[in-house]
Design a protein around this ligand. Sequence first.
Ligand code: PEP
Ligand code: MG
Length: 553
Amino acid sequence: MRILKGVGASRGIAIGRIFFFDNANHRVQRRTVTDAEEQLARFESARREAVRMLALLEKKALGQVGPEESAIFEIHQMLIEDCDYTERVTSLIRTEGYTAEYAVQVAGEQLEELFKGLDDPYMQARGADMEDVTVRIVRTLTGESDCALPDSAHPAVVAARDLLPSETIRLGHTGTLAYLTSGGSGISHSAILARTMEIPAVVGLGEQIADVREQELAIVDGFTGTVVLSPDDTTLAEYTKKQAEYRARRERLKLYKGTPNRTADGITIQVDANLGHTADLGAALENDADGVGLLRTEFLFREETGYADEQTQFAAYRAVAEGMDGGRVVVRTFDPDPGKMGEMLGLPKEENPALGCRGIRFLLRRTDLLYPQLRALLRASAYGNLAVLLPMVSSVAQVRQVKEMLAACRRELAGKQIPFSDKLEVGVLIETPAAALLSGQLAREADFFSIGTNDLIQYTLAVGRQDNSLRELYDPSHPAVLHLVEMAAAAAAENGIWCGICGEAAADPGMTETFLALGVTELSVTPQAILEIREKLQSVDLSEARRRVRAAH
Ligand code: PEP
Ligand code: MG
């Protein structure tokens, strides 16, 4: 038995065999052979198999995620069936004597270079597609498993170096019992997705991941960040019991469905869901969300096609607004992570991405993206109760600029007789200390505040949210953080606007009483945490908690 210690990023206990998710890109060695005809036949059969798999994936993605995601597999099929592509591979096999897999790799790299060197961003993005299809055909040829993730018939614990958010989404549709990564942090977007999908996760294992062996039995404790490899019988029995207890607790929480989000002394608190994708709407409804307190819109950005066009955005916002059936849906404008998306968006390399061109700073420079997003939001506002949230605000002028743009947008839509609601609220995401310090002025410009503790903590305490080595300093209950929360909530109350929290700390029942006592009136959490927060709320005597907070000052 061996024990590894990492960071518990998504709660729950899983017990299963290890499955390595090999998302590293393998290179084929150059080899020449004399049997060109055999290599050509191998290439042709792998190409057909890849097209068949892609058609299946396209169908599956259409049912599970939507037309936008499925279209990518259609593009991949087109690339493989393109004459230029097949001729290149065929000619490399015939003239250079390459093996089929080496010829596929070389042709793929040539085309990838070609696409990436073109001026048109759409064609440039095809370069990444080319890379993807090359890996697929090479894997078919070398017999490497195409199904890089466990299927639902053989559920397993996935181990990986790191996972991109898009890869984490894929885990949700497979037999993934839990996942372990060498990198990552509990506040990363991958971890947030894991919590939404209720997949237990331990991240930040560092070099300990080298100790994990394919197929060995593992226990993943997402509460404490512990991984037990090849457990002995006593440990296995202990964790099996814990797992059953946690499942029973989840079942008991379901009894809170249909009951109010009301404190013991009768104060109603709005409890909303955080969504990372329109596909999470079902989980929000299933868990009784009052509304959506944060819809992150980065899922609308795709490496291959860039940020979704206005029509696609409109359809997504409208679907969530209609799905919530009158419940308020707060949509955050595009907040790219310069570290991950910067290159694709043509941003200069950042010395420190967390302090870089993010959130509203980015969109005010890229009004070609901001304007269509505002227009899509306004159009969708005719179909439900929508609000817009501005991330990374650090000055009053930024909010004014967006409001001016919204006014122009309204004039344009009215002129074209396109329906929209007059009531679209504009909120500020309080996630920089500057925004909290300026909350008095911002509250006069905004219709609401939502406090983004994930970033507010990192910027206030100067501790990176991804930095596991300083984990003990990343503290939501630090007096400096609470002071800023209180300032924002007080400024909101003075100006008659609401103030919520949509950072991960809102889902911690241990913080509920403190946040409410400081004046927060809404909590937006991962859908799976809603009933737990409701249970907590029903036990809180808020008037008493407020008295305690006042007495402490
Ligand atoms: C936050 O910073 O608290 C927040 C909600 O935004 P994100 O986690 O997407 O940065
Ligand atoms: Mg943030």
